[in-house]
Ligand binder design. Structure first.
Ligand code: ATP
Ligand code: MG
Length: 758
């Protein structure tokens, strides 16, 4: 066959019933060859108008060889039939644009003889041609009887395997006409009819266009493309796509495939409804639209224990859309009755109870048919002595931290104590505990005694211990190591302590002012807590556990004073955070950390509030379980998570990390979901990334970060990762534990107002 014919060759797999009808006649260059399996005949091609002689007619038009109907036919043909070209002209270099020829359906009737005077110019259909039409009709009918009606809906067929075939991947060939149906990420069903098995799969590569009967890299194929300006001629081609097998359909469920679909198994595209079902997209929370589908929404069930409580990472470079996604998530979580707590390092979520006024967001909302609206129940919490970005909000809560809730191990980590300082700190801590009992501060009764035994100092502090208590004890140690202290202790048996002690080491010490002006300076360590009522007792306890190395004690004192200077612990006028209130259904609590400008301080706050939330939720969970009730789900969002959980920080602060890991592990059962947001996932150690089961991955440009994430979120295939560096703002690769496979999603714009970050 001449090369020219290729343009009109029916692609493999095309439906013979829709292929061009063959009409006996003189074979000529530019003639149409019917599909394989059909009668091998050629059709002279009609060339309309200014087409150069010999140029084949563009496909899709009517069948050549049939006369034009004269006037309205008694039984009109499915398509008009053009006049017959008497003689096929010589071949030309300017063939028509490549499109497969569409032909009238087999039922097309031969046109009737002219009935209208308007058509007098045309000669009536010759008897011979009429006879051929009849014959064709019979042939078409016969071949359509042979065709399995099921195959009519097939969009392609599985190809034979080669030595390059990979497990779980299968190549599907399709016609040029159908290849658009095998768009990337399309879900398909492969019916391996030969062995009566059915598989579900997804297009992961392609669809590629391959020329029929010639290699794409052949000189001819390359030539016609290179000469695209001069030549309209091209080879006919078919589509090829690689399909990843998701599983074999057995009894309505998907099971791991043991075999592969046989060659030439028909492939069918699932409709959107079935695709959504197969992908596991169900639930009241919609986070956006699945790319490549008209109306498929990426949905999840906020009340499904196996989704949000299994923790989520929102990852991507600056401007990728992370915060918008968080804002959208907050809005949906609030609507779903989830208690949402956001650690807001920049204060950007302090206005989420107002509708967005961001022009681009309003436009995006309008496109999605959604409206701007704020969340209903917003509360803003900020540290005492620090400002909020929404200082006039009606639900503004100032809070201080309770020293008693911080693990001594976490404190020593946060303050970066040396080993010598740590040792002294823990010694002072133990002496303080004894003094709390001596001074009947804690425990006061049998119940509290039991509570004391239960304290886990790796995760929490000692009940009712304040920073001032421990400062008093450290002060006393310093006093005992000072010259005055040493002589004092020698004469202690003779007289009570008299000298002012190491409190003088504290440049900010408020008691310095108190003590000045007196004729006789007070003796013994200057104490400020309840311990001041009996300094002798404190001195006694300290001396019973004596210690050396004044320098380490001084350094420790310096660090604890730094902590005190933050003025965030045990402030009488600012209560601690009300964790119970934060866990109320549908409440959004934003912890505004915008004014702290100290990652160390942020870490203190985050660690303390996380622990409080976890304990409160744990108690609620136990109570709800005992009563057979359900518990309010909680979502905790941590912006700039790398600041809190970076690898270097975790190596410095293993106890803090252990606390987070514990919350993450327990949270799974207690309806407590964590959301870590970061543009620097490479700073998060594997231990942290390993806590995450869900990912919303916005644009990432750094290939080393992509490959790191590839290892972390292993279920995401290569074809999706390839797109991550080119994602537009708001687009994300989303992998949730309820999704059968990860999806490309256009995340919904945020209807709430978000403040800009400098
Ligand atoms: N889902 C979305 N729909 C429409 N526009 C979006 C969406 N997400 C992001 N954008 C656009 O991209 C901009 C940047 O988004 P966003 O601030 O959420 O990024 P980010 O990843 O949080 O950046 P940064 O790392 O700087 O905090 C938005 O102001 C908005 O214009
Ligand atoms: Mg952001």
């Amino acid at each position: 066959m001449a090369d020219d014919d290729k343009t009109y060759q029916a692609s493999p797999g095309s439906d013979p019933r829709t292929a061009p009808m063959a009409v006996r006649g003189p074979s000529a260059p530019g003639a149409v060859t019917p599909p394989s399996g059909g009668p091998v005949r050629t059709v002279p091609v009609a060339v309309p108008g200014p087409r150069p002689p010999g140029a084949p007619k563009p496909p899709g038009g009517p069948v050549a060889g049939a006369p034009k109907p004269a006037g309205p036919p008694a039984t009109p043909p499915a398509r008009p039939v053009p006049p017959v070209q008497a003689k096929a002209p010589p071949p030309s270099n300017t063939p028509p644009p490549a499109r497969p020829p569409a032909a009238p359906p087999p039922q097309a009737k031969a046109p009737a003889a002219p009935a209208s005077p308007r058509n007098d110019v045309l000669s009536p259909l010759p008897e011979k041609a009429l006879g051929e039409f009849k014959e064709l009709e019979t042939l078409a009918k016969a071949s359509s009887l042979d065709l399995d009606p099921e195959l009519e809906k097939a969009v392609g067929f599985t190809h034979f395997d080669t030595s390059a075939s990979e497990d779980n991947l299968i190549t599907v060939l399709t016609t040029r006409k159908d290849m658009h149906q095998l768009a990337s990420q399309t879900l398909v069903r492969v019916k391996s009819r030969e062995d009566k098995r059915s598989y579900l799969g997804v297009v992961v590569r392609g669809p590629f266009s391959e020329p029929d009967a010639i290699a794409a890299n052949s000189t001819m194929a390359v030539g016609v493309v290179v000469q695209g300006k001069k030549m309209s001629y091209t080879f006919d081609y078919h589509g090829r796509a690689d399909i990843e097998i998701l599983g074999e359909e057995v009894g309505g469920a998907l099971s791991a495939p043991k075999l592969r679909p046989r060659p030439k198994s028909p492939v069918f595209v699932l409709d959107e409804q079935e695709s959504a079902r197969v992908l596991g997209l169900k639930g009241s929370m919609c986070i956006g639209m699945v790319a490549g589908h008209e109306r498929m929404e990426a949905r999840l069930d906020p009340r499904d224990k196996s989704i949000l409580p299994r923790h989520t990472g929102i990852i991507g470079t600056t401007g990728g859309g992370k915060s918008t996604t968080v804002a959208t998530l907050i809005h949906h979580a609030q609507a779903a009755g989830i208690a949402t707590i956001v650690f807001d390092v920049e204060g950007e979520y302090t206005h989420v109870d107002q509708p967005t006024d961001h022009a681009a967001m309003l436009a995006a909302l309008a496109r999605r048919g959604q409206k701007a609206e704020g969340v209903k129940d917003l509360h803003i919490h900020h540290l005492t002595g620090r400002d909020s970005r929404n200082p006039r909000h009606k639900n503004l809560h100032r809070f201080s931290l309770n020293f008693s809730s911080l693990s001594p191990y976490a404190i020593s980590e946060i303050l970066g104590m040396s080993e010598a300082q740590q040792e002294r700190f823990h010694k002072a801590y133990d002496v303080t505990k004894l003094l709390l009992e001596d001074f009947k501060i804690f425990p006061r009764n049998e119940e509290e005694h039991q509570q004391m035994l239960d304290v886990d100092e790796l995760s929490t502090g000692y009940p009712r211990m304040t920073l001032q208590h421990i400062l008093d004890v450290v002060n006393t140690y310093l006093y005992t190591l000072s010259d005055e202290g040493k002589s004092e202790s020698k004469s202690r048996s003779k007289s009570p302590s008299r000298r002012r002690g190491a409190a003088e080491e504290d440049p900010e010490s408020e008691e310095g002012a108190d003590s000045e002006g007196g004729d006789a300076p007070p003796r013994g360590p200057q104490l400020k807590s309840e311990f001041r009522g009996n300094p002798g007792r404190v001195l006694g306890r300290v001396m019973a556990q004596s210690s050396k190395n004044e320098i380490s004690w001084k350094a420790l004192m310096g660090k604890l004073q730094n902590l005190r200077r933050l003025k965030i612990f045990d402030v009488d006028t600012a209560p601690g955070v009300d964790h119970g209130a934060m866990l109320e259904p549908g409440r959004v609590s934003v912890i505004d950390l915008s004014d702290t400008d100290s990652p160390q301080l942020n870490n203190l706050v985050i660690a303390d509030i996380l622990r409080g939330l976890q304990e409160t939720q744990e108690a609620r969970y136990q109570a709800a379980n005992a009563q057979g009730k359900s518990i309010t789900p909680v979502l905790i969002v941590l912006e700039e998570a790398h600041e809190f959980l970076s690898a270097s920080r975790i190596s410095q602060m293993p106890v803090l990390f252990e606390q987070v890991a514990k919350i993450a592990k327990r949270g799974r059962k207690r309806w407590l979901g964590l959301v870590f947001v970061t543009q620097l996932p490479q700073h998060l150690p594997n231990e942290v990334l390993g806590l995450l089961n869900n990912f919303i991955i916005h644009k990432i440009t750094d290939s080393s970060v992509i490959s790191r994430m590839q290892k972390t979120a292993g279920s995401i295939d290569e074809s999706l990762w390839n797109r991550v560096s080119r994602l537009a703002p708001g687009q994300a690769l989303v992998s949730f534990s309820n999704f059968t496979r990860p999806l490309m999603v256009a995340v919904d714009p945020a209807p709430v107002k978000r403040l800009l970050v400098d």
